[in-house]
Ligand binder design. Structure first.
Ligand SMILES: NC(=O)c1ccc[n+]([C@@H]2O[C@H](COP(=O)([O-])OP(=O)(O)OC[C@H]3O[C@@H](n4cnc5c(N)ncnc54)[C@H](OP(=O)(O)O)[C@@H]3O)[C@@H](O)[C@H]2O)c1
Length: 277
């Protein structure tokens, strides 16, 4: 009994890979009540076997090759990180959370993708992330999320804030629909998910929009006077194909509900101290 109480009071040792990425940084904050080991690329290149770190209670594996277009040109290197790196994370032997993506789907549906929908990735990045799901192993939590943004690293919100301050107009794709998800909200949901059964979970923001609608919301919320010119994916001409529709929903009972993407946007701008009075 005393042992049980002591055990439940013990802080967990939680290793976070990609700790200086946008999701990794949010997870380090959200799990701050635990004993967090924040591992950056400099601490451990996940394409290499893991260093000796002692006993762990949880591994939050966010480290990934996230350059979607770059993966098209160099799929082997992307696979070394996203598949090989995940095998190495699993070899630590602790309960593992692997973060996957809406880009495992082909985007042909017109209603939210749920966990039992069959994946069919269009891009090299999507294929490596799907193989990474298998590499994470049966007992892992596979958290699929989408269109992440946060206060660090490269992301659409930070790019639009920069362009919106420099230009009168930006051209943004209006024929891809998804759920822009704030990493702070995903990190909170991750804390909830590790109390639930492992397996595939879809955790993305409530609501949906196109990139152009998202850009308009960013300019409106940040008080930037910049127009959005709506263009097609074909006009943008990026190397990697993206799903036209990749809204995620969960069919699993008890799945954590994330706030609406617009609330996530406001939370992110607040964090960046960019909300006008
Ligand atoms: N971004 C999205 O829209 C999105 C959507 C759905 C799912 N996801 C998934 O969510 C996770 C987190 O994404 P994110 O947006 O937070 O990514 P991110 O900001 O690009 O961060 C990725 C992190 O991984 C690190 N990394 C790259 N290669 C590594 C290696 N070989 N060894 C160790 N660390 C390495 C990067 O370090 P450096 O910065 O030093 O290179 C960076 O800290 C990823 O698994 C991603 O696939 C992302």
């Amino acid at each position: 009994m005393e042992h049980d109480i002591a055990d439940s009071l013990r802080t967990r040792r939680v290793l976070v890979t990609g700790a200086d990425g946008q999701l990794g940084a949010a997870l380090c904050e959200t799990f701050a009540g635990d004993d967090v080991l924040p591992f950056t690329l400099g601490d451990w290149d996940v394409t290499q076997p893991p260093p000796a770190v002692g006993g762990l209670d949880l591994v939050l594996h966010t480290a990934a090759w996230t350059d979607v277009d770059g993966a098209e040109a160099d799929p082997q290197s992307a696979a070394a990180v996203n598949v090989g790196g995940t095998q190495h994370a699993a070899s630590l032997g602790a309960p593992l959370v692997y973060f996957s993506t809406d880009y495992v789907f082909d985007g042909r549906k017109r209603e939210p993708y749920v966990e039992s929908d069959g994946p069919n990735p269009l891009s090299a990045y999507g294929r490596t992330k799907l193989h990474g799901e298998a590499a994470a192993g049966e007992g892992a939590w596979i958290v699929r999320s989408s269109w992440l943004f946060g206060w660090t690293s490269h992301n659409f919100v930070r790019t639009m804030l920069r362009l919106g301050a420099e230009r009168d107009e930006v051209a943004v794709v209006d024929d891809q629909r998804g759920c822009p998800t704030y990493v702070g909200h995903l990190a909170e949901a991750t804390r909830a998910i590790v109390e639930l059964e492992p397996g595939v979970w879809h955790l993305a923001a409530d609501g949906e929009c196109t990139w152009a609608e998202f850009a308009e919301a960013i300019f409106a919320e940040a008080g930037l006077d910049c127009r959005v010119r709506r263009i097609t994916t074909a006009e943008l001409g990026r190397p990697a194909p993206r799903p036209a529709y990749s809204v995620l929903g969960s069919e699993r009972p008890g799945a954590p509900q994330l706030p609406h993407w617009r609330d996530g946007l406001r939370a992110c701008l607040e964090r960046l101290e960019l909300l006008p009075d």
